[in-house]
Each structure stands twice: as C-alpha cells, then as structure tokens.
Write a protein that binds this ligand. Structure first.
Ligand code: ADP
Ligand code: TRP
Length: 321
C-alpha cells in the first residue's frame, strides 16, 4: 500500500504536530510504502521569505530524520524537486469544475486568517490532487481539516478517468483522529499560528518553564478535579503509561493534588519521551550537507515515479505523441 502525505514547511515542529501527525507517519512506514514530502510549493501561498522557506524545509527534514524516518524504506522529498507535479496540476485544472473549488472551505478560512487572496490559494486543492495522483497513492493520512481536499482529489481523478480512460489511481483518506487535539500553553489548540507551542526539540529548560507556566483553572489543591477538563492532564496522557494515567485520574478525582505537581510530572514525561532523539537532531544540525543529500535522493526517487505517470497522462490526453 502506498501511503502519501504532504507536510507544510512550518519550521520547527511542535508536539501537537508530533502526536497528531508525525507519529502516525512514522508508524505507517513500517508496513507500507511511505511517500512523504515537504509541501514547499503550497507554502508559497502564504508568501514566506526565501530564507525562511529554505530554513523551514531543513528544520522539518531534520525533525523527521531525528525521530526515525527510515530513508531506506520511505521516500522523503521536497515537492518542488518534482516540477512535473505543476504540469499535472494544470492538466487537472482543466477537468476541475469551478464549483468544486468554490465549495472548499480552506480558501475562505485562510483569507479570513489574513492570507492574501491569491490564485494559488484558490487553486491549492488542485495542486494537492496532483501531489496525490502523480504517485498513484492509495492512502493519504491527514488531519480532519484536510478531508475535503482528499474528496476533491477523488472527484478530480474520477472526472479525469471518465474523460481519458482509467489512468489515475483513486486514493482513500485516512483521517488521523486517534489522538485528541494537543492543547497549547494557553489552553487553545497547540498551533504555530497561535504562538502557544512547545517545539519537540527546544531546550529542555525551556520546555519545563513553559509547562510550569501553563494556564489552569483556580480549583484549590484539596478539591477534586476533572482530569478530562485539564490541559496539563491532556499533556501528561500523551507520554504516560496506561497505569500511570489511571493513577493520576484517581488523584484528580480524590482531590489533594495541585496542578504544580502534575505539571512537573508532565514535563518530565515529555522530556523523557523525546530525549533519545535529541542527540540525533543536534548532529543533523551540524551536517547540513547530509540533510540536503537525503532530500536530493528522495527527490530523484519521487521524480522517477512522477515522470512515469506523466508519460501516461500525456499519452491519454493527446499531449504526447
Ligand atoms: P499548525 O496549526 O501549527 O500550523 P499544521 O496545521 O501545519 O499545524 O498541522 C500539521 C499536522 O499536525 C496536521 O496533520 C494536524 O492535524 C497536526 N496538528 C497540528 N496541531 C495539532 C494539535 N494541537 N493537536 C493534534 N494534532 C495537531
Ligand atoms: N494541504 C496539506 C496541509 O495543509 C499539505 C499537503 C499538500 C498535503 N499536499 C498534500 C497533504 C498531499 C496530503 C497529501 O497540511
């Protein structure tokens, strides 16, 4: 089964990204053919500076490598190293009804967030469809917010196949809902755009300080508390064993446990969880060439697959002789 996903180059990844997406990507690579790429063409819709775009791609790559991306099995590359995807995107645009894109909610959401209303942002789902279809992907693991884009991809692929004959593989989505939303420092969803994140590899002392300062309610220490309504408990749960989770649940319900104690343990558990990968991350930081080499190799492997699809697409559409 070919599993493909695109990762926005948003810079150093945070623990919400890890528990909500990366961990599943890394697990899926064991029993599938993993195809993961950094969506740098897509990132241009938010007009980052050239320096930022480059640095963010490197950071995402180093985070994935440090956490166990297996480059022997898994193909990992930068979207723009396979420019064929933009050709397919154009061809798909010509079978994509305007109404399909007008119904996509992400364009409006992003414009409401302050992104400029450019055509790239509007056509974003078509490029995403090309990403998925050019590699004949079977499964696309994404967060629930991306479900609509996978449906659009399926619609576009079916339209193409109906018009030109069975050429493109119809993918399935695989919604990553197994993990609850990871709360950020202010209690809202942890997100780069809210500035409330804990980066996976930020210095240990900083992780500790951030967690110790997290917002909680003001229930007195001696009172019983509801673990399911507590952000600190939600963090602790990510890295604690089932037995330990149960113990803390009991402590919450009984009363007598202060948030400070839970914060300390949550910080310790999260730091222990990521500690084995820190050294590898630090090594990669010092070896930019090795990181670029990984992207280069991945780009070549991905491009070979994409070129083959494009030969078929060019033939069936009449672009190829
Ligand atoms: P951000 O909100 O920081 O910009 P993205 O939207 O780029 O993060 O998210 C990338 C992936 O990480 C998505 O698949 C998303 O579902 C997952 N993710 C991001 N933040 C969280 C979170 N707080 N909890 C769970 N998953 C998350
Ligand atoms: N749109 C996805 C996001 O914002 C990133 C992405 C681009 C993607 N192309 C993709 C995801 C193809 C899955 C498949 O997170």
């Amino acid at each position: 089964m070919r599993v493909l996903s695109g990762i926005q180059p948003s810079g150093k990844l945070h623990i919400g990204n890890f528990f909500g997406a990366m961990r599943q990507h890394l697990q899926l690579q064991a029993e599938n053919e993993g195809f993961y790429f950094i969506a740098d063409y897509h990132a241009m819709t938010s007009t980052p500076s050239p320096e930022d775009l480059r640095q963010r791609c490197l950071d995402v790559t180093m985070d994935y490598l440090a956490l166990g991306l297996d480059t022997k099995r898994t193909v990992f590359w930068r979207q723009s190293d396979v420019p064929e995807v933009t050709e397919l995107s154009w061809i798909l645009s010509c079978v994509t009804p305007m109404g399909l894109l007008q119904r996509c909610t992400s364009y409006k959401d992003k414009v409401d967030q302050g992104l400029s209303a450019n055509h790239g942002l509007f056509a974003y789902p078509v490029l995403q469809a090309a990403d998925i279809l050019i590699y004949h992907s079977n499964l696309v693991p994404v967060g629930a917010d991306q479900k609509q884009h996978i449906e659009v991809t399926r619609d576009i692929a079916m339209k193409f196949n109906a018009q030109f004959g069975e050429t493109l593989t119809i993918p399935k989505d695989y919604i990553l809902e197994s993990v609850a939303v990871v709360p950020g420092l202010d209690g809202r969803k942890m997100s780069k755009s809210y500035g409330n994140t804990i980066e996976i590899f930020e210095p240990e002392s900083s992780v500790k300080n951030k967690i110790m300062k997290m917002v909680t309610d003001s229930t007195p220490v001696e009172d019983p508390k509801d673990p399911d309504k507590c952000n600190i408990f939600a963090l602790l749960k990510l890295a604690a064993s089932p037995d330990e989770i149960k113990e803390w649940e009991d402590k919450y319900r009984k009363g007598g446990t202060g948030y400070g104690t839970v914060k300390k343990r949550a910080a310790e558990l999260l730091l222990n969880f990521f500690r084995p990968y820190r050294e590898k991350r630090a090594q990669l930081e010092k070896d930019r060439d090795a990181v670029l080499q990984v992207l280069d190799d991945g780009g070549k492997r991905a491009r070979a697959v994409a070129r083959k699809t494009m030969e078929a697409v060019r033939q069936v559409t009449g672009l190829g002789f």
